[in-house]
Every structure is written in structure tokens, then in C-alpha cells.
Design a protein. Structure first.
Length: 323
């Protein structure tokens, strides 16, 4: 997958903001940028190419952003811009109406509509994730999307929370993916976003059946990952949590080349492997690590781990903690 990293740290303080403005103009739709920190603008930008779409992670102290009619006339990529304010806050003005933005909000903007934003961040970690999607690519009516412009979408629970986690994982794990993954990742991202917007407007019928089905698959996989520590996690409990039959659940997994039991086992083993390689978890016994991730039978866990990774959990821990 094509990942591009950029930072202003490598140049002198007076050059940082102009360099950032140039990089932002290249990677995003063109805006007029100002900042109260322009004298020493310490910022980072990562872009992740998703076929025709693009995910960007940004870290900056403060930005005043204006998309003007003049800039729109000069060049309009005709994209939806969806921003997840992981740690940022501020305001956005559209059609003479100002909206307050808080950390955790999702926000939709249109490259063909002028707007003004004033965004502050604490600095440090990635404070904002921005998804740019060609309008023709999103399987939702134009009128529905227009109704969501500059309307904050919460990410504290439900589909909003799932989309926020998904975008965060896409950014943090971008280097793990290969070009062969791009098509599937792009499709799942579009389906999740469509489902979030449709639910906000009680308009899920506006999504085509295939998009709804794929969004359900992503919700189920996310739910399963979050419940791995529960030894009572079963196909029946997963199906019940999503209001579907176990038969449909098996079908949804089979369509992705998976089985429910194998998926749960693989995810649990991966969590155990990660903890066993973590020096901070040395105080926990191997069996305690296994139990933490839902393995109730130590002998079964040891066999499954050895089959997956070619050595016992104890040997794996010794090998990796020593490194």
C-alpha cells in the first residue's frame, strides 16, 4: 500500500508553515491556510492511498482553513471530505451557520461548497484523520450527503464508534497492508461510512443490499474482536448480538473465506502472541495470558499456539522478550 510520510521538523522554524501549506495543497483540496503557530509550525502528515480515495492523518497545533468560491472555481476535485477529530476541537462555518466541533466528532464537507474552519489540537499524536472520497464513489444519494454537511456525528457508540476505530486502525496499521488489500479496504471503508450516514438520517434503505451486507460483515468482525476476552463468545452469541440467525452468520463468514470458530481462534492467538512478546506482560504467566483472551484449557491453548507459530508459548516468550 502506498504510504507517504511528511514532517516539518527537518527545516528551520520560519520555513515550516510554508512547507506545510505546500504539502497540504498537494495532498488535499486547495484551501487558504493560516495559523497562530506559523512562526514555528511543528506538524506531521501521513497519507494512505486507497485506490481513488485517500486517508490522511494530521498532527498540527492550530489551523484556520478556508475553502473559498475562488479556490473552488480554480480547481474542484469533487470529493466528500470526512474528518474524524480524534483529539482536535474548534468550529466550522457553512452557509452562514457555525458549528462547534469537539474531540471525537466526525464531520462531512463537500469540496464544491465553501466553508471556514478553525481547528485547535493538543499536538503530539495524530489529532485528525481525513478521508477524501470522490462523490461518485459513495453509494448514497447526493441529497442525503448534502443534508449531513457540517453536522457533527458522534463516535461514542454504535456505527460512529466503529468507523472511528476503523479509520484509526487503517492509519496505524497502514504499513502492514499490501497493494492486494487496497480494493477490499476501500470497499469496506465506503460501506461503513455509508452505513453511518444512512443511520444518522434513518435512511439505510438508500444503501444497496450488497453495501448493507458488507457493512454488517464489518460490524460483526469488529464486535468479535472486542469480545475476544469473553470465553462465552460463540456463534450463537455473535448472531444474537446482531439480530441474525446463526445460519446467516456462517454464510457471512463463508463469503469472506472464513469460519466463525477459526476466526475467533486466530484473533485470540494473535492477542496472546502479542502479549507474550511484550516485556511489560512478563509478570503474567503464560496460562494467565491465555485466560485473558478466552482460552480456558491450557493444554488446548498450547497445542493451538504451537500449530500456529511453530513453538510453545513459553519458548516464544523467552525468544522474543530476550530480544
Amino acid at each position: 500500500m502506498l504510504v507517504t510520510e511528511f514532517s516539518t521538523e527537518g527545516v528551520a522554524a520560519p520555513e515550516r508553515f510554508p512547507l506545510w501549506a505546500e504539502a497540504a495543497a498537494t495532498s488535499h483540496m486547495r484551501n487558504r491556510l493560516r495559523s497562530n503557530a506559523r512562526d514555528d509550525f511543528r506538524a506531521r502528515l501521513r497519507t494512505v492511498a486507497l485506490a481513488e480515495a485517500q486517508l490522511s492523518a494530521l498532527a498540527f497545533p492550530h489551523l484556520e482553513i478556508a475553502r473559498t468560491n475562488r479556490l473552488i472555481r480554480q480547481a474542484d476535485p469533487e470529493v466528500w471530505q470526512v474528518s474524524y477529530l480524534a483529539a482536535a476541537h474548534g468550529t466550522v462555518s457553512l452557509l452562514r451557520s457555525e458549528t462547534t466541533l469537539r474531540p471525537g466528532d466526525l464531520l462531512v464537507l463537500d469540496s464544491s461548497r465553501p466553508y471556514h474552519g478553525n481547528i485547535h489540537t493538543p499536538g503530539g499524536e495524530w489529532s485528525q484523520l481525513t478521508l477524501q472520497i470522490p462523490r461518485a464513489l459513495l453509494p448514497l444519494p447526493e441529497k442525503l450527503m448534502q443534508s449531513m454537511l457540517a453536522v457533527p456525528i458522534g463516535t461514542g457508540s454504535g456505527m460512529g464508534a466503529l468507523l472511528a476505530r476503523w479509520l484509526t486502525d487503517l492509519n496505524t496499521r497502514a504499513h502492514e497492508f499490501t497493494p492486494a488489500d487496497v480494493s477490499a479496504l476501500t470497499t469496506m471503508t465506503l460501506d461503513l461510512l455509508s452505513s453511518v450516514v444512512a443511520r444518522c438520517r434513518d435512511a439505510e434503505d438508500a444503501m444497496d443490499p450488497e453495501s448493507r451486507r458488507r457493512a454488517l460483515q464489518v460490524r460483526i468482525l469488529d464486535f468479535t474482536r472486542r469480545q475476544l476476552a469473553d470465553p462465552r463468545l460463540t456463534p450463537e452469541s455473535i448472531a444474537a448480538a446482531h439480530g441474525i440467525s446463526t445460519r446467516l452468520l456462517y454464510t457471512l463468514f463463508r463469503e469472506q473465506g472464513l469460519t466463525v470458530a477459526a476466526w475467533i481462534r486466530t484473533c485470540r492467538l494473535e492477542r496472546c502472541r502479542r502479549d507474550l512478546a511484550d516485556p511489560r506482560a512478563r509478570a503474567h504467566t503464560v496460562h494467565a495470558v491465555a485466560a485473558r483472551w478466552g482460552f480456558t484449557d491450557p493444554a488446548h491453548f498450547s497445542r493451538a499456539f504451537r500449530t500456529a507459530y511453530g513453538m510453545t508459548p513459553t519458548d516464544y516468550r523467552h525468544q522474543h522478550v530476550q530480544k
